[in-house]
Design a protein around this ligand. Sequence first.
Ligand code: P6P
Length: 341
Amino acid sequence: PPTGLEETDSVTLTRFVLHEQRKHPESQGDLTLLLTSVQLACKVTDSCVRKAGIAKLYGLAGGGNVSGDLQQKLDVISNETFKVNIESSQKVAVMVSEEEELPIVVEKHNRGKYGIAFDPLDGSSNIDSNVTIGSIFSIFHLPDAEDIHTTDDAARQIMQPGRKIVAAGYAMYGSATNLVLSFGNGVHGFTLDPSLGEFVLTHPNIRIPRRGKIYSVNEGNCKNWDKSVAQYIHSLKFPSEGKSPYSLRYIGSMVADVHRTLLYGGIFCYPADKKNPNGKLRLLYEGAPMAFIMEQAGGKASTGTENILDIQPHSIHQRTPVFMGSYEDVCDLESFCKSTS
Ligand code: P6P
């Protein structure tokens, strides 16, 4: 029978990260401290999201961001929260946010050796309908944090292929609040215990099923899809004799759709189409961190013709087509795209 001591043995995110750090004797704990500040930014954002209705935070804050979306108040608050907490860690020299047109260059006396790209509140168009939303981040080593004098220097140093990611993760503000992250040796999921205010390890070493039975795409765009994508999706709905069709699940919030795909398997797609020639999702703080996590969990992430982690960014807000999830499902998709490219 449970002894009741289990709770005292719960592994908090902080303990987990410290344990990981001990595997790298050369580390000075900078990444541990950086992740502590990211964790706090997620907790503050979680608190704001959960009280938004009561605090009348719903509705528009006016102004606009580089994506042209009308900023929601929560977008603004979460962006400010991420910037303030991460800068105060003194472990980063560059920050890129979906809400900031230019990279943020940290004052020299406050700099660390890392760069971080984040989408502080992804899925914000879903805020007022209380649909699950989230925060996404990717962390890179900068080649020379001292030698950054302009935003161009900052952009150049942080624009690295996803393969160079040091750590990446997402927080998901749903019925529970999860934080899923990877340092490059597996994917681990934590759940916020409100009574402790701590993220506790609940999903150690997440592995995505090799193949799934769910596809996730905005079917409303099918008129604009490339022929190969349309043929692939059709093959899921009208499979060969004796096979069952896939189910469709689409929440319209990347963090929620990716999280379900990670746990249940299948494929999440945001294809390029005639309206969005490079797709809609951003590479540096949406496509690449999620691709890193998918690969670390045994899955795959592709543009249709190349691995998302191999793309060398040329602008900090550039978009990329996204197909990610179970290894075999993404391979099937690629065979359709490569046969017609
Ligand atoms: P669509 C949310 O606005 C978002 O940026 C992602 O979270 C989500 O995957 C995608 O856009 C949904 O886009 O065009 O299907 O509404």
